[in-house]
Design a protein around this ligand. Structure first.
Ligand SMILES: Nc1ncnc2c1ncn2[C@@H]1O[C@H](COP(=O)(O)OP(=O)(O)OP(=O)(O)O)[C@@H](O)[C@H]1O
Ligand SMILES: [Mg+2]
Length: 352
C-alpha cells in the first residue's frame, strides 16, 4: 500500500477530459514531479489531491484512508500555488503564523514554530516586514514557510518558481531540495520546465493529454525512455529511422551494431532511433564507435557549446552539440565525419 494512492482518476469539464484514467502511487518522503506541456492535466490532478476538484471517477487514498470526498481543510496538505499570494497586510511572521492561528495553536507554541520556520527558510531577520517589502524569492520562501508551518505530511506545489528569473529559480531549486531533505515531507511538484523536473525530483510523472505517459526516476526517463513523447520532451533529442536485419542496424546513412541490453524489435522491422545532440562528436569513429557523414547546414552559437545543424545522406536532419570554439565559417556547407557511441543510441519500438 502506497502513502498517497491515486487510483484511476478521471476528471471531465464538459467536453474536455482533463484527467483520463490517471493512477499514481507516491511513497512517503518522496519528491515527485508532475511534468508535462500546458493543458496536460497537471494542475487538475494537484487540485484533485488538494480537494478543490471533485473527480468524475476514481479514488484518492491517503495513508490508508479514502479522502476522495473530503473538504480541502480535512486533508491537511500544505499548498504553494503560483497564484497563492501572501496576505499583503500581514507581516512575514503573521503570514507564517496564520495557518497555526486557524488551527488554534496556543501563542507560545505559534511563536516558537514561526521562529523555527523563518530560520528554516533563512528569513528570521525579515520577520517584521510586509510582503511588498520583499523580493520575489523572499516572498516565495515565506509562502513555503507558511505552507510547512503546521507540519503537513504532504506539500503540494504548483509551479511555485515560474514567476522568478532564471538565476533566482536555480537558487530556489537548491532551497527546495534542502527543505525537502530537512523536513522529510512528501513533495508533489508541478512544472512544465523539464530541466527543473530533472534537477529536483526523485521520480517524474510525465503527462500528456490528461494521461501519465511514463513515471520513473529522472535518470531512467532520460537514458531509457520507452515512448517517443518522453524521449522528445525530456532534454534535446534527434530522431532518425532505423531498420534491423540479422542483428545489424541500418540508419544515419550507415550500418552498425547496438548493445544487446534493450528491447529490440524483430528482424527487418523499422524503429525510431534517438541520439542526443551532446552524444554526437565531430571527427572519424574510433574502434567500436558508429561513424557517419553529414553536411553541416548551419552553426548556432549557444554559449558553452554550438549546435551544428546537419543533414544526413538519408535526407534526415540531425543536431550535434559541440565545443563552441569551432569556426562556423570553416565548416558550414562541408560534408564532415561524425561519430557516436553505440550505447548512446536509443530504440523506440514502432507505435510507442
Ligand atoms: N475549470 C475548468 N473548466 C473547463 N476546463 C478546464 C478547467 N480547468 C482546466 N480545464 C481544462 O483541462 C485541461 C487541463 O488543464 P490543467 O490546468 O490541469 O493543465 P496544466 O497541465 O496544469 O497546464 P499548465 O501547464 O498550462 O498550467 C485543459 O484543457 C484545460 O483547458
Ligand atoms: Mg497548471
Amino acid at each position: 500500500m502506497g502513502f498517497l494512492v491515486i487510483d484511476q482518476l478521471t476528471m471531465t469539464y464538459g467536453q474536455v477530459t482533463a484527467l483520463d484514467d490517471v493512477s499514481l502511487t507516491v511513497k512517503e518522503g518522496e519528491f515527485i514531479t508532475l511534468l508535462g506541456p500546458s493543458g496536460s492535466g497537471k494542475t487538475t490532478l494537484l487540485m484533485s489531491i488538494a480537494g478543490f476538484n471533485r473527480p468524475t471517477a476514481g479514488e484518492i487514498v491517503f495513508d490508508g484512508r479514502q479522502i476522495t470526498g473530503l473538504e480541502p481543510e480535512d486533508r491537511d496538505f500544505g499548498l504553494v500555488f503560483q497564484g497563492y499570494a501572501l496576505f499583503p497586510h500581514l507581516s512575514v511572521a503573521d503570514n507564517v503564523a496564520f495557518p497555526l492561528r486557524v488551527r488554534k495553536w496556543d501563542k507560545a507554541r505559534i511563536r516558537a514554530r514561526v521562529a523555527e520556520m523563518l530560520d528554516l527558510v533563512g528569513l528570521a531577520h525579515l520577520a517584521g516586514r510586509k510582503p511588498r517589502q520583499l523580493s520575489g524569492g523572499q516572498q516565495q520562501r515565506v509562502a513555503l514557510a507558511r505552507a510547512l508551518a503546521f507540519g503537513p505530511r504532504v506539500l503540494l506545489l504548483d509551479e511555485p518558481l515560474s514567476a522568478l528569473d532564471r538565476m533566482l529559480r536555480e537558487t530556489m531549486q537548491q532551497e527546495l531540495r534542502r527543505l525537502h531533505r530537512e523536513t522529510g515531507v512528501t513533495f508533489l511538484y508541478v512544472t512544465h520546465d523539464q530541466q527543473e523536473a530533472l534537477t529536483l525530483s526523485d521520480r517524474i510523472a510525465v503527462f500528456n493529454k490528461g494521461r501519465i505517459v511514463e513515471c520513473d526516476t529522472a535518470q531512467r526517463l532520460f537514458r531509457a525512455p520507452k515512448t517517443r513523447f518522453v524521449a522528445e520532451f525530456l532534454g534535446e533529442n534527434n530522431f532518425v529511422t532505423g531498420t534491423r536485419q540479422g542483428g545489424r542496424w541500418t540508419g544515419l546513412g550507415t550500418g552498425f551494431v547496438l548493445p544487446p541490453d534493450r528491447d529490440l524489435p524483430e528482424d527487418r522491422s523499422a524503429a525510431t532511433l534517438w541520439l542526443r545532440p551532446g552524444d554526437i562528436a565531430l571527427g572519424p569513429a574510433g574502434a567500436g564507435e558508429i561513424g557517419f557523414q553529414a553536411v553541416v547546414e548551419d552553426v548556432i552559437f549557444a554559449g558553452t557549446s554550438s549546435g551544428l545543424h546537419l543533414r544526413l545522406p538519408t535526407g534526415e536532419p540531425l543536431v550535434a552539440s559541440v565545443a563552441a570554439e569551432i569556426s562556423a565559417a570553416e565548416i558550414t556547407g562541408k560534408t564532415l565525419a561524425f561519430h557516436a557511441r553505440p550505447g548512446a543510441v536509443g530504440v523506440i519500438p514502432e507505435g510507442a
